[in-house]
Design a binder for this molecule. Structure first.
Ligand SMILES: C[S@@+](CC[C@H](N)C(=O)[O-])C[C@H]1O[C@@H](n2cnc3c(N)ncnc32)[C@H](O)[C@@H]1O
Length: 521
């Protein structure tokens, strides 16, 4: 697994954090003998060490616990915990690296830990297992000194869980520290080639992905005209920290304002600026909602809808976003609508997400209130309620998010193949509704942040076939050609498919799939 390097740590002693005394002593123990060549160890017995834990490690641990126990999203819970612990700067960066790294790397670390513990990991107390993952991440993928990784993790366990498991954690982590990551991978991952090779199982351990996702991404690559040999790079890209991309909302600011504040030009989107470091919230344009954090792939999806050629009448003033929450693409569309004298209907079914859309569009609304209408409702009914009313409609469909795993470190462990089946009818109904909602000659963009064929090509093929059968044919437009025009990006999928597919390992964006459809005149 290729994990990003964390910032150098300066030695730190945090205030004591009294945590609930969860978990008893762990029975059994590590395999083999602790210690290893080239490592320096403190000679103090774990029981005699101070009980204090480092606050950054405690925050990372609490993130892992919230993800496990409350189904929390790491990117939402982490900022709250950082604020509560009053961590910023390097300490906040370290806590973030630990939490995200341990979550992303779980597949690799569990394989290593399983080789160091004498019973299935499922029999460990879940908080103890999380602490071990944090320790393994420090030992195998950061520059934290081995003795500090072990002793600080043991201190964390004493503070957050209790004294009982501290000796066990100490012994297991010492065992982990006996080898570096490449050596461990050679020991615990199945071979990638030669006799007994199992590419999927090997990459699942090496690149820390569930095997079904490794298989699904391989299929997605091949069906999008890419060689399967790109799979390791694609999986590795999911483990790299994405740069923060910003979108300058048209008419409200210019990318040059963001560049002047230290951001660099984006790679593809004409609206993009990329922050090499720092907090986007420090930029006035972001604070005032004139610019927003948005992956370049998402920017390109919205821009593709706006650039797709209409047919027939000149009208281009009525746009709709049927799945608007939390409002990223709607903000870009609304700002463009305000510029071009158009009006955007933003529909979102979840009330709290519809509120986020309102917030995302606030700057546009204050400039031009008539440019936007936000509705809490079901996008599936728009085609029936307002048939033929729109010139351009976006369906940014609810999907598995398999193309944005680098952004959501826990997502790969939450998803299951059943999600694909569960989302399929909704995706088809939303696209069908969009096609009913556009006028003849109007265009629909069907977008997912997943490259999986079941929620991209299959949905489009099915809906186009059904509409055609019902006497309402649909034209499939050349989405890669539109993207080439808009951003000079090559996102072709080959073999006659007109769908565009972006990839993290090729384009540096989320793996957005973009199909453009038009109702014939
Ligand atoms: C992929 S997200 C959209 C992201 C959004 N376009 C953006 O760029 O910020 C899909 C959204 O669709 C919403 N959704 C799910 N089912 C829906 C439905 N039947 N009608 C409208 N919205 C729906 C979800 O709540 C979620 O907010």
């Amino acid at each position: 697994m290729s994990a990003s390097q964390p910032p150098e740590r300066r030695p730190q002693r945090g205030p004591q954090r009294g945590g609930p005394q969860r978990g008893g002593p762990q029975r059994g123990g590590p395999r083999g003998t602790p210690g290893g060549p080239g490592r320096s160890w403190t000679t103090t017995a774990p029981s005699a060490r101070p009980r204090s834990g480092d606050p950054a490690r405690r925050v990372a641990f609490d993130v892992l616990r919230a993800v496990e126990e409350q189904d929390a999203y790491a990117n939402l819970v982490l900022p709250r915990l950082l604020r509560a612990a009053r961590l910023d700067g390097r300490d906040a960066a370290f806590a973030t690296e630990l939490a995200y790294g341990a979550l992303r790397g779980r597949g690799t670390y569990d394989a290593v830990l399983a080789a160091c513990v004498d019973r299935p990991l499922t029999q460990l107390d879940p908080p103890v297992l999380d602490a071990l993952r944090l320790g393994a991440h420090q030992l195998l993928a950061t520059r934290v000194a081995a003795h500090a990784a072990v002793s600080e993790t043991v201190a964390l366990v004493r503070g957050a869980i209790g004294a009982g498991p501290s000796g066990f954690v100490n012994a297991v982590l010492r065992r982990v520290s006996e080898h570096d990551l490449p050596t461990w991978l050679d020991k615990v991952a199945p071979p990638l080639e030669g006799p007994g090779a199992d590419v999927v199982a090997a990459l699942a351990v090496r690149e820390s992905h569930p095997a079904w996702i490794v298989r699904a991404l391989r299929e997605a690559l091949v069906l999008a005209g890419r060689p399967a040999s790109e799979l390791p790079d694609l999986l590795a890209a999911d483990n790299a920290r994405p740069l923060v991309a910003l979108a300058a909302l048209p008419g409200l600011t210019e990318p040059s304002e963001l560049h002047a504040a230290g951001a660099e030009p984006g790679r593809w989107s004409p609206l993009a600026a990329v922050m090499p470091d720092g907090d986007p919230g420090d930029l006035p344009a972001v604070r005032e909602a004139r610019a927003r954090v948005q992956d370049e792939g998402s920017q390109l999806a919205a821009l593709a809808l706006l650039a797709a050629p209409l047919a027939g009448e000149d009208a281009d003033a009525r746009w709709a976003d049927l799945c608007a929450g939390p409002g990223g693409k709607a903000a870009l569309l609304a700002a463009s609508a305000a510029q071009r004298g158009a009006r955007l209907l933003a529909v979102e079914v979840a009330p709290h997400r519809a509120q986020l859309v309102q917030q995302a569009l606030a700057a546009v609304v204050s400039e031009r209130p008539g440019a936007v209408e936000v509705v809490t409702g079901d996008g599936r009914t728009v085609g029936y309620d307002r048939p033929g009313e729109f010139d351009r409609v976006l369906v940014d469909a609810p999907c598995t998010g398999l193309g944005a795993l680098r952004r959501r470190p826990e997502a790969r462990w939450r998803r299951s193949p059943a999600d694909l089946t569960a989302l399929a009818p909704l995706q088809r109904e939303l696209l069908s509704s969009a096609l009913d909602a556009v006028r003849p000659g109007g265009v629909v963009a069907y977008v997912t942040c997943s490259p999986h064929p079941a929620e991209t090509q299959a949905v489009v093929d099915d809906v186009v076939r059904r509409h055609t059968k019902d006497g309402e044919p649909v034209e499939v437009l050349d989405a890669p050609a539109v993207l080439r025009e808009v951003a000079g990006v090559d996102a072709g999928t080959g073999s006659g498919s007109l769908r565009a597919q972006l990839w993290p390992h090729l384009h540096g964006t989320d793996a957005m799939s973009i199909s453009l459809l038009r109702r014939p005149l």
